[in-house]
Structures are given as C-alpha cells and as structure tokens.
Design a protein around this ligand. Structure first.
Ligand code: GLY
Ligand code: MN
Ligand code: MN
Length: 437
C-alpha cells in the first residue's frame, strides 16, 4: 500500500494560504462516556489529514515560509506515570521524528509560545465556528499581541475560515487513500458475507451485529465507521435504526447498513437479505426495483455528469416501478412533479465518503449541482420503505424496508465499485445464504 503523504497535504494547504499567514487546528478532545470512562478516542479527521497524529490535547500550527520550519506541533509531554496507566505518548522528540514536525512544544506551553508565532502575520486561518471555545482562545492569543508591552507588534488583521479549502482538498482522493478505502470495503464485504451465512430465524439483530464486529476486527479493521444498522422486518423503516435488539423472524427481511474503517478511511455498505434465505414474492418485486434503481444510478457516475444526476435517475426508476406495482397511481410525469415517491423514498441517493462516513466537500458549486471528477468517492444507496402502519398500500407491501448501498470511486472513464465483493442480486444472495447455512 502506498504511504499517505501528509507533508504534501500540508504543503498544498500552505501554498493556498500564501505568505504572512498562520493556520491553527486543534486535535479532537476526549469525550466522557460515563464518569471516569471515555469513549474510545478518535482523532478529528481534518487534524488527522494534515498530521497523521492520533493523540488528544494537541494543536497543529502551519506557518508558510517560516525560517525555522513550517510545521509546528503542540502536544502532550512524555510522562511515565500517565503512560503506565493510559498508554504511550509520542512526546516532542517523537513528533519531530515520526511526524516530521519542524518544531514540537509541550501543549502546556502554548499560551506562552503561540502569540509570538502570530507576530507580524496578516492572516489567521482556522476552522471558524466548529469549536466556539477554541475560536475564543485564538482571539485571546491574538489579543495578547495588543497588550501595552507589545505595542509595536503587528497582529493579524484577518481571520479566515480554513474549512472550505481543506474540505475541497479532502474531496478528491489520491491512490493511497483509495487503497485504504478499498481495504475497508473488502473487510466489510467479508463481514457482510459472514453475517449472511450466520443469519437465521430465532437469532437476534445483536447476534448479527456481533458477526460484523468480529469480522471487522479479524480483518485488520477494529472500528466500525458508524453504529451498525441491523434492522429486521419493520425496523428497516427507521432509517438510522441502531437498537439492534429484536428477534429475527422467518418471512421477514433484514436490512444491514454497516461498514468498518481502515486507517481512518470509512466504508458504508447496505444489503437487505431474506431471513429465511429466500425472498417472498412481494419482497422480491420491491428488491428488484431498488436494485434496478441502484444499477441505473451507478451508471450515472462518471466525470462530467452532475452529482444530482445520480439521485434523479434513482428517483425516476423507483417512481416508474412503484407505478407499475400499483403502489403509486397516475403518470410518471405527474408523480415526479408531485414528488409522491417521498412517502417511500425519503432520503438522498448518496453522499461523499472518506475519512468521515458522510464526508466533506460541497455538493453544489455556484448554486449548481457539482460536476463529478475522477478521485471523488461516493455512496449510491437508493431504498424503498413501506411502514407496517401504512394503510394506503396493499397489505402485502407493508413492513418491508429495503436499501442497497455501494461505495463507488469516480474514475477517469466512469466508476469503480469498491464494495463489489458483497453479493447483491437476489439469486446471488439466496445462493450464498443456502450454500453457507
Ligand atoms: N450509514 C449511513 C448512511 O448510509 O448514510
Ligand atoms: Mn449506510
Ligand atoms: Mn451511506
């Protein structure tokens, strides 16, 4: 696997910032789960993107053209007692060695050092509005330069938001990033396939979630990229269902929306499988419709097409199909104009995917749906959801929720599906479940 070139990212960002400027970004803070127990720590994706550093209580500072080095890190000092209890720390020497920081200082010294680094700069770049306490802190460091004893010192006059440009950089993935996303998708594929093999009535949604987590970890991806959605029967009609505590029943579907992370890069895959190993007739009809919409939507993924083309195609196929199944009445044109599909398909067909599962990057440029470019990675995930309590449709359709989701890279000529190792057609799924049961 190619190494991630963190230095090249910092260099690109600093070229954009220009001279006489400084960028300041904090690490994610630890979050309490209960009393003195924290959630497992996850670095902020922007901070990781620029540093590859996975500790809390750190601040990265970038100063283009600084004589003594452009990449400065404030981080925790080494502390044998803390490290015995809570784990290793890189310390300042480690930051200069492993992370190639030009300078590293203890985070406890930041109030003394950072104002001096701002001196004479015209612009401060930071992520405005993300962390109000940190915004305030930046103002305080800047204001220290206007204290009477610092009268002759020039302080930055402009505060500029860093997010937009940084997120545009993150939107286009390099080969090294795509390799990691492919690895995550392949590990998730193994987990989805193991779940399909283990699926049986009498087990629970939690049993199935356990299959996912076990196989992520066995395949070098310890963390889920988001809480797994394992939704049997009518639970699938709750889009972000994560209780995962119901029993699996013959005759019902199981919607599984789950993906792991590899070296911070996410995968996000959905399959909807028959608990008995065989789809019923109404389930099969709706499944084939969602699949047809998904395949047609994926065909829209190519450079030069618009982001919205993907969703528009899925909506068109689903609306036409719902008319043919007599779930909707009237013409395609009227139904599209009235957006009647929204009762059954209420979310968008996808999102950017990367270091965050709902990754960063604009979907519109100058008010227009964005053009797709090689290196973008997105999900394609249409669905149909018919709640058990929906009395407007024939009884046979009620309690069915289906979503099919793949991770797709925009290539120079079209697309590449990272998650293609997970069975997707009905007979492929049925065969796999029966063969391995
Ligand atoms: N797993 C959340 C989503 O598909 O967007
Ligand atoms: Mn998903
Ligand atoms: Mn998704």
């Amino acid at each position: 696997m190619q190494a991630i070139n963190f230095a090249a990212r910092r260099k690109r960002l600093m070229q954009w910032m220009g001279p006489n400027s400084i960028a300041i970004l904090p690490a994610a803070s630890e979050k309490v789960r209960s009393r003195d127990v924290n959630y497992p720590y996850r670095q902020d994706s922007d901070f990781w993107y620029l540093t590859g550093f996975n500790e809390p209580e750190a601040v990265v500072v970038l100063i283009p053209n600084r004589k003594h080095g452009e990449f400065i890190l404030f981080n925790r000092e080494k502390d044998p007692m803390q490290e015995t209890w809570h784990g290793k720390r890189l310390g300042q020497e480690g930051a200069m060695g492993y992370l190639a920081a030009d300078d590293a200082f203890p985070i406890t010294d930041i109030d003394d050092i950072l104002p001096g680094l701002m001196e004479g700069k015209e612009r401060i770049y930071f992520e405005l509005g993300v962390n109000p306490e940190f915004d305030q802190q930046i103002l305080e460091w800047r204001n220290q330069l206007s204290q009477p004893q610092n009268k002759s010192v020039a302080r930055p006059g402009e505060m500029i938001d860093l997010k937009h440009h940084l997120h545009e950089m993150r939107l286009i993935k390099t080969q090294a990033e795509i390799q990691r996303m492919r690895f995550a998708a392949n590990a998730s594929a193994k987990a989805h396939k193991a779940l399909m093999s283990a699926c049986a009535a009498g087990k629970s949604e939690a049993d199935m979630e356990a299959e996912l987590l076990y196989h992520y970890a066995k395949n070098a991806c310890r963390n889920a990229a988001y809480p797994s959605i394992v939704a049997a029967g009518d639970n699938a009609n709750i889009l972000h269902y994560i209780e995962n505590d119901s029993a699996l029943k013959d005759g019902e579907l199981l919607l599984v929306d789950a993906g792991c992370e590899f070296e911070y890069y996410a995968s996000d895959i959905s399959r909807t499988i028959p608990i008995s190993g065989q789809y019923t007739e109404p389930q099969a009809q709706l499944y084939d419709l969602v699949l047809k919409a998904q395949l047609a939507a994926i065909e829209m993924v190519k450079p030069g097409n618009h982001w919205n083309d993907i969703h528009d195609k899925a909506v068109e196929v689903i609306t036409q199909g719902l008319i043919e199944l007599k779930i909707l009445k009237g013409s395609l044109k009227d139904n599209l104009a009235k957006e009647t599909y929204k009762e059954f398909y209420m979310h968008k067909t996808g999102h950017w995917l990367g270091l965050d599962v709902h990754d960063v990057g604009d979907y519109q440029v100058h008010g227009q749906s964005r053009l797709l470019e090689a290196g973008m990675v997105l999900t394609v995930e249409p669905g149909i959801y018919i709640s058990k309590s929906n009395r407007k449709v024939a009884k046979k359709w009620r309690g069915i929720g289906i979503r099919i989701e793949d991770d797709v890279v925009v290539t120079k000529k079209g697309y590449d599906i990272l998650s293609k190792a997970v069975p997707k057609c009905r007979d492929e799924i049925e065969r796999w479940m029966q063969q391995t049961a």
